[in-house]
Design a protein around this ligand. Structure first.
Ligand SMILES: *Cc1c(COP(=O)(O)O)cnc(C)c1O
Length: 265
């Protein structure tokens, strides 16, 4: 892990851990010959599922929000090159994608298929993300990550050793519902919840995929992905400067994606 050196941090130490969360989420979701998932036209998950499908010989179907636009953008072109079947869902149906009605329609069309929810957060994804803390050899007190659908935080919390805590930063506005989501995902995966995590709701910068000039400058300065990682890291540094962490606290900030990767759930 690389330490982030910033004079404003005082006695708080911040370490960056580069770790893509989508492969972790998929690891335990690859046991079925056909996998279907959802995403916007720039979805990291769509691309990760397509790549995993190609690697593991699994048929993949990507249900994309909205209309088809040709030529395909780089994310969808990459997905198609990996062999993913792309299909499009109008925005009204897309909003209802997790209802029984739309799922039944998808099953009628695509047959026997595992449906991975948007964002890829299900019980198997949580178990995959829970493997991360055990791989950290250095000492730390708090582990921070961005929160989109909550699977990453749910897993990290479940995998934490005694005495450590997890702090998630919501990238959506009005994301109070995420606390219920993280608890639900932990119960789905393990039949219990953990008391070692919280979600900070103050660093959404206007909402999902929204930004401000200050956030843009910050993302450029630190060379981090804008939709998720910049918001989390901005929050970590701002809280540290405001004295929210006790002196001597060692914080691990999980850098869940790279700036060059497309940025969408
Ligand atoms: C998908 C994604 C997330 C969100 O993770 P959740 O488990 O949905 O909360 C965070 N960071 C990056 C870079 C992502 O692509």
């Amino acid at each position: 892990m690389e330490e982030l050196l910033d004079p404003g941090l005082g006695q708080v130490r911040v370490f960056l851990l580069h770790d893509d969360n989508k492969p972790r989420k998929l690891k335990h979701n690859l046991g079925h010959p056909r996998l279907l998932t959802f995403g916007g036209a720039h979805s990291n998950l769509i691309r990760a599922v397509a790549e995993a499908g190609a690697r593991h010989g699994i048929e993949t179907i990507g249900v994309i929000r909205g209309e088809e636009h040709l030529p395909l953008n780089p994310t969808l072109a990459r997905a198609a090159a990996c062999g993913m079947t792309l299909t499009y869902l109008d925005r009204a149906s897309y909003r209802l994608k997790h209802t029984e009605e739309v799922r039944a329609r998808l099953r009628a069309r695509w047959g026997d298929v595992v449906i991975l929810p948007e964002g890829g957060s299900n019980a198997a994804a949580v178990r995959g993300c829970a493997e991360l803390p055990g791989e950290i050899e250095e000492d730390y007190d708090v582990i921070c990550c961005p929160v989109g659908t909550g699977g990453t935080l749910a897993g990290i919390s479940a995998g934490l050793p005694e005495g450590r805590r997890a702090l998630g930063f919501a990238v959506l506005k009005g994301a109070g519902f995420l606390e219920g989501e993280v608890a639900r995902l932990q119960r789905e995966a393990y039949g219990r919840t953990w008391p070692n995590w919280t979600i900070n709701l103050d660093y959404h910068f206007g909402g999902y995929a929204r930004s401000t000039p200050a956030l843009e400058r910050f993302a450029a300065e630190h060379g981090v992905e804008r939709i998720y990682v910049a918001k989390m890291l901005y929050g970590v540094l701002d809280l540290a400067r405001r004295g929210a962490f006790a002196p001597g606290t060692r914080v691990v900030a999980v850098v869940t994606g790279q700036p060059s990767t497309p940025v969408d759930v």
